[in-house]
Every structure is written in C-alpha cells, then in structure tokens.
Design a protein around this ligand. Sequence first.
Ligand SMILES: [Zn+2]
Length: 137
Amino acid sequence: MWLVVHRRCLTADNLDRRGWPSNGACPLCLSTHEDCTHLFVHCCFSQQVWIKFRDWTGADFRTPDDSFCSTEEWWLNTRKEVPKPERRNFDTIAILLHWRIWKERNARIFEQVASNVDRVLELIREDIATWRTAGCV
Ligand SMILES: [Zn+2]
C-alpha cells in the first residue's frame, strides 16, 4: 500500500520513467495508458471490483472513484466515516482489494491469464474466509 499511496507501483508510467519495457496500456481495460491512479481508481474493471465488493458486503463506504484526490486522502477520509470498531477491518479490506487488483494486473501481463470481475471477487471472498479463520478479520 505504501507503493500505491506514493504512486510508485511499477505500472507503465513508472516503467517508462525507468526506461523499462511495457506496452503502456492498462492490462485490465486496454482503453488507456496505465498509471497507478488509473489502475486502482479510474479503471472500469477496478471500479467494478470496488462496487461489487461494496454491494456484496452491504458496507456503506465511498469507493476510491467516488471523490478521488489521492489514495492517502481517500483512505484517511473514508476511514473516518467507518465506525471505530470496524476501522481495522476497513484497512484490511482496502489493502486486500488493492492487492487483488494488482495480482489480476500481473496475471494478465506475466501469465497471460485474465479473470473477470466475479472471479476476482471470489478470490477476495476466499482471502477473507482464510483470514477470518486465522482471526485477522
Ligand atoms: Zn484500465
């Protein structure tokens, strides 16, 4: 999450800055140049992950795209709106959704395997179930 907050993930824009190869396009939607903000916030695929997750949980929180300034600002402001006893879970979920979006992006690039939004949500549910068993959520 530090990399996301500081826009340092190795997305196409940051790869370009380093002179490293990339095809430039967002691997999730193929509609625009990939950068950290697009990948996690404005990409239609990622937006669907956030919205479907919110619908599944029934939790009332703003997704990053609702009023985005920066990941840090979204996270801190949205966190304030979450009841205090639920904030730790919110942090865990925010990290998990970013992680799963990142994993999906990497699977498409490095393994040529693409999952749909429902499959990504299924993986998120499995992660939560595993973490719940371990007492983490
Ligand atoms: Zn995209």
